[in-house]
Design a protein around this ligand. Sequence first.
Ligand code: HEM
Length: 410
Amino acid sequence: MEFISQSLVTERVTLYYPILLLMSLLLLTFKYFSSSSTVPPGPKRWPIIGNILQMGEKPHLTLTRYAKIYGPLISVRLGMQTLVVGSSKAAAEEILRTHDRVLSGRYVPRAFGGNRPEIDTISMGWTSECNGRWTYLRTICRSELFSGKALESQACLREKKVMEMVSFLRKKEGKVVKIGEVVFNTVFNVLSNVLVSRDFVSLEEEMTNGGIKELIRSGMEAASAINISDFYPFLAIFDLQRLKKKVEEVTLQLFSMWDPIIKERRERREEDATKKQDFLDAMLLNAFTDDQINQMLMELITAGTDTSTSTVEWTMAELIKNPKYMKGVQEELEREIHNKLVQESDLSKLHFLQACVKEALRLHPPAPFLLPRRAPKSTEVDPNHMDMSDKFGVTLQKKEPLFLIPKLRM
Ligand code: HEM
């Protein structure tokens, strides 16, 4: 029965395709030729598809190449979408500082809820406009998670989790270890302890349980994959690449991980409503709904784990590939820390290590376009007639490997 009704739907959808295609071609041609807004220079665009085929497998490198030809502020057309990219310090400042207020909205990828009106009321990372709700969420995060005082109060917890990782690695001496898995599990547990005072994964499961890591990574990949629905929004209802569906599945699985914790904490708070042990308590104190808590936890965990893990993994990989720099790091550790255990307060003394991490971030940026910005609907055109509803990104350019690392003190 279900099969029959599904095949009927498929048939209808197939029938609509030619009509939709024709309408879209007309719409695109009209939009393409009627656009009166000024856009920065860029490579020649093909009708309908624009520059999609020119982007290649690593679009941020392609755009860096175009920036050398067309200048620091360029534009490319991706289907119906225009992407303006800044590739110099001055251009980045224009986007992130001078026009910060105008470009305060985020471009919300279709797979990640673009088109979901409620996203603006519950999300911090994916708000299409900088509304009062977004400011409120940021204020809570700043004071409870990212202020100097909050970070200092979490230092013991981070040090404890790092020591657990070091002990685990000591036990594995002489054996092969997937460093990415171990770091991921550690970062995940650091975050989950700050947020809900729980470990979600065990380091021992590093080889067998790729589960959560795979879950988060597949969600991130689906959310950041090239999605035809972003280029041609009228196709979004079909979710042709099933990316939206994938993100929804991952999201529900993640929510189910901490659902019992939220329930239990709500019950506990009925007895003592003033107790504040972690970020979940802070959210409950601020009367967050379950939807808002789920979204916030999901955004913080997905934003924090893969980015931090890939940074550590790439730093290690670059150091292994460049033994001279690895020796520099080891010598600095011996000089500054001796045989003590490293503490967070020691980090300010480790200049060489810091330079290596920054270089790894520059060579392998976890978010190569940052999170593209756009203007909220009310302020779409600036005084120079540039359409600010376009997507604005910033690329990070590549130079010689390890170019910026200070000279080794040998
Ligand atoms: C190497 C590590 C990281 C990198 C490279 C990174 C990168 C970024 C970038 C480029 C943005 C967009 C900024 C903007 O548009 O103004 C961003 C936003 C964000 N990041 Fe990170 N991030 C990292 C670690 C973390 C961690 C550990 C957390 C959480 C504990 C986190 C949570 C967030 C959140 C919540 C936002 C959205 C903020 C907002 O909309 O106001 N990130 N991150």
